[in-house]
Design a protein. Structure first.
Ligand SMILES: [Zn+2]
Length: 78
């Protein structure tokens, strides 16, 4: 169970044998073969990955927005 690596694409851990080092602008990251193949070959698969990633980003953004908005509601209008 310890021989896993963090896949920056799926944001989860996969077994090492499914992982390849992948150069990004921020340096080398580990990506699983499945995500590399998906990005390379099939537009549908890549779109699914992109959609899921943007969904995660959107959720994180809305959660941050909620935390920032709530205190303003408490103060109310002057
Ligand atoms: Zn992965």
């Amino acid at each position: 169970m310890s021989d896993t690596l963090f896949c920056y694409c799926c944001r989860t851990h996969h077994p090492r044998e499914q992982m390849r080092r992948f150069a990004t602008r921020r340096g080398e990251r580990w990506r699983c073969l499945r995500s590399i193949e998906a990005a390379r070959g099939q537009p549908g698969e890549r779109d699914a990955f992109g959609r899921r990633q943007s969904e995660i980003n959107r959720l994180a953004a809305s959660q941050t927005a909620e935390r920032m908005v709530i205190p303003h509601f408490r103060h109310g209008p002057p």
